[in-house]
Design a protein around this ligand. Structure first.
Ligand SMILES: NC(=O)c1ccc[n+]([C@@H]2O[C@H](COP(=O)([O-])OP(=O)(O)OC[C@H]3O[C@@H](n4cnc5c(N)ncnc54)[C@H](O)[C@@H]3O)[C@@H](O)[C@H]2O)c1
Length: 261
């Protein structure tokens, strides 16, 4: 037990094998690079259209002495998730962790969304995360344990104008995280989520280049700055490390206090 040992608490990932979805760009890319630097073997999973970027991420990791490979994945297609997990286990013998990071957004007033936008956002952010948890979870149960971290958002907790569908799906991610934690915990699988504040990435470029956005939202963050992908990495690495071995069902906010209002 952590509390009974004189050993220093470990934040290392040892030689674990893990998948990061949406790993080719933005936060996912930093997660792949950082988790590999902490010792893990990483599968950089992303859409077929993002394979050049996924290969570049994996190559960079290998060049720095780490272990990584690119893989195709569309989280909206169950067969694609199945194939990725099967392929990972065939190549590495096991799947120690899965980081469900792939996510999309369409920003619009609540009265203007159309059905196709609901379907598209929910397919990636909610259905995709659910079935990634299920399919990775089955493998982890088979092998006797594992960890899952879902990337939610501070908008899992609070609403924000022109992000309604996104926020609804992220609240769903926080709840599905509890549901999986409850059912998979007795079988050795811990399931948590991380809820970042605004982070500058390809998903959010248009926000950060709008001076009105910065002026309005920066003062709402008590710690006084927006997030970086490395802020998210710190929380994800913690949740995957031995230091977090009794944490499950939790959404760890990385929001500088935004949701404390
Ligand atoms: N950037 C932010 O401000 C912010 C804040 C809170 C939470 N998040 C969450 O962090 C995660 C990463 O966001 P980001 O800003 O890095 O976005 P991004 O657009 O830079 O990267 C998202 C990645 O997901 C991939 N992807 C999209 N659809 C996919 C699918 N169907 N199957 C597999 N991969 C798919 C994309 O190709 C891309 O590589 C998302 O879940 C997002 O909601 C971002």
């Amino acid at each position: 037990m952590v509390g009974d040992s004189q050993e220093p608490i470990s934040f290392s990932l040892g030689r674990q094998v893990g998948i990061v979805t949406g790993g080719a760009n933005g936060i996912g890319r930093t997660l792949c690079e950082g988790l590999a630097a902490a010792g893990a073997t990483i599968v950089v999973a992303d859409l077929p259209t993002q394979q050049e970027q996924a290969q570049e991420v994996a190559r960079g990791i290998v060049k720095r002495g780490g272990s990584a490979s690119p893989a195709e994945l569309d989280v909206t297609k169950l067969a694609s998730i199945e194939q990725l997990v099967t392929q990972t286990v065939a190549g590495h013998g096991r799947l120690d962790f899965m980081v469900n990071n792939a996510g999309i957004n369409v920003r619009k007033p609540v009265l203007d969304y159309v059905e196709e936008e609901w379907d598209r956002i929910a397919a990636v952010n909610l259905k995709g995360v659910f079935f990634c948890c299920q399919i990775a979870g089955r493998q982890m149960v088979r092998q006797g344990g594992g960890r899952i971290v879902n990337i939610a958002s501070q908008l899992a907790q609070v609403a924000m104008a022109e992000r309604s569908i996104y926020a609804i799906t992220k609240a769903g991610v926080a709840q599905l995280t509890r549901a999986f934690a409850l059912e998979l915990g007795p079988r050795g699988v811990a399931v948590n989520a991380v809820g970042p504040t605004f982070v500058s990435t390809p998903l959010t470029t248009s926000m950060f280049t709008d001076p009105g956005f910065v002026q309005e939202n920066l003062p709402k963050i008590p710690l006084g700055r927006f997030g970086t992908p490395r802020d998210v990495l710190g929380a994800v690495q913690f949740l995957l490390s031995p230091a977090a071995s009794l944490i499950s069902g939790h959404t760890l906010l990385v929001d500088g206090g935004y949701t404390s209002h």
